[in-house]
Design a protein around this ligand. Structure first.
Ligand code: URA
Length: 434
């Protein structure tokens, strides 16, 4: 078999066989297939799509590119969650400790920032010392000991996704339903989750901008989960405006810690409780998601989620003083508050512009493996539908470069669209599948 023939076949809109998909994934994982051929195939898949059979084969090939954990002897059940990626989406940082604090173990493999959307690992690594590169043995031991562990893509679990994910980030091949579905589901299968809650984001700041496309992605992932015997539910949630206020790694970490302390923005807290409620229902700790949500709220407001988060940070080498005192996080050199230039109702706060601006400030990657600046980003004060008075604080830019700061100010001013008439707030959800 030759890689070039596989690329040509997909370029010509033909269906790849299971053997061809396996050949690509195994060869790419071993380093026998170079990045340029993998990029060409990723682009052909993005342009021409894949059938659900091809996507399922791709998912399983990626899951089996490393070890596939069986945690049934370690904990009774593990539930995982995964977001398809959004702007200001720091949900895992609050949800994972909340669910674990309720008694349901969470062993989660998270990703890094991808394109304009942030990644949980990049956020966690803004805590000095925090390690996400645990071995499988360490992953299992920590899950057993404290019921929570959050790791990165390891060389042992779904390594094919690790390589492909960073390649897609810099080759314009993120927005593809089969590539996203196989990337997410391969990680979930490899890390041993028995039940999975998928948070499928839809809107201008998501990879799926269209509701029907997002629904297709959700349905495909729920179908793949079912095929491999994992209870899977997907919710469709809004990503037209940033979730919460903070966008950028340590700023989001601080917002998540504030939420764990019982404060934090209302939309973000509501989203975390909903996701946690579904996970608790999936894991059998609550009869339904509403009861799960109440359990989660008790844990969050009673301080148990914070204690669990602190335990996890400590177990993974992070400096817990940052959890107790978020003011310790390194600040950017320029912190510029921008006031509303007029009064009016907000008709749009463009999440995509916010994500792209954070990348421009240095908070995301332009090239595979680039270092990122954890301190930079934005704090956006208002939501669609808010009435804002001229002179109120509209947003704050955190920058380490003056030219980038000025560009960010103008881009985020333009990301706000005004209206004289009242505007309805955006819904948080558009439904569930599974
Ligand atoms: N999240 C993932 O894990 N993979 C993708 O491809 C997109 C979002």
């Amino acid at each position: 078999m030759r890689m070039v023939d596989i690329i040509i076949k997909k370029r010509d809109q033909l269906e790849l066989s299971q053997a061809e998909i396996k050949f690509f994934i195994e060869g790419y994982t071993k380093g026998e297939i170079p990045d340029y051929q993998a990029s060409a195939l990723a682009m052909a898949i993005l342009l021409n799509g894949m059938t659900s059979r091809e996507t399922k084969d791709m998912t399983l090939a990626m899951a089996h590119s490393g070890e596939v954990l069986d945690l049934s002897n370690v904990v009774p059940i593990t539930v995982d969650k995964h977001s398809t990626g959004g702007v200001g989406d720091k949900t895992s940082l609050v949800v994972a400790p909340t669910v674990a604090a309720c008694g349901l173990p969470v062993g989660k493999m998270s990703g890094r920032g991808l394109g304009f959307s942030g990644g949980t690992l990049d956020k966690l690594e803004s805590i000095p010392g925090f390690r996400s590169d645990l071995s499988i043995e360490q992953f299992i031991n920590q899950l057993k000991a404290i019921g929570i562990v959050l790791i990165g893509q390891s060389v042992d679990l779904a390594p094919a996704d690790g390589k492909l994910y960073s390649l897609r980030d810099v080759t314009g091949t993120v927005q593809s339903i089969p590539l996203i579905a196989s990337s997410i589901m391969s990680k979930k299968i490899a890390s041993g989750a028995r039940a999975i809650l998928l948070d499928v984001k839809v809107g201008i700041g998501a990879f799926m901008t269209d509701l029907s496309e997002a629904r297709k992605l959700a349905e495909l992932m729920v179908e793949i989960g079912g095929m491999v015997g994992r209870k899977t539910v997907a919710i469709l949630s809004d990503m037209n405006q940033p979730l919460g206020k903070a966008v950028g790694n340590s700023l989001e970490m601080v917002e998540a810690i504030e939420t764990l302390h019982g404060a934090g923005p209302a939309d973000f807290k509501e989203h975390c409780l909903l996701v946690a409620g579904y996970m608790l229902a999936l894991g059998g700790l609550a009869k339904n998601e509403d009861l799960g949500k109440s359990l989660a709220e008790e844990a969050l407001m009673g301080g148990k989620s914070l204690i669990k988060f602190r335990e996890m940070v400590q177990a993974q080498g992070g400096d817990i003083r940052y959890v107790d005192q978020p003011s310790l996080f390194t600040k950017a050199r320029w912190i510029e508050q921008v006031k509303a230039p007029q009064s009016g109702y907000l008709a749009e706060v463009n999440a995509r512009d916010a994500g792209e601006t954070t990348v421009l400030l240095g908070g995301g990657r332009e090239h595979k493996g680039d270092p990122i600046d954890h301190a930079v980003g934005l704090v956006i004060e208002h939501k669609v539908g808010d009435w804002v008075k001229e002179g109120d604080v509209l947003f704050t830019v955190h920058a380490n470069d003056q030219v980038k700061r000025d560009k960010a100010v103008s881009k985020i001013l333009n990301a706000h669209r005004w209206c004289d008439e009242p505007v309805d707030p955006l819904p948080l959800y558009y439904g569930k599948i599974g």
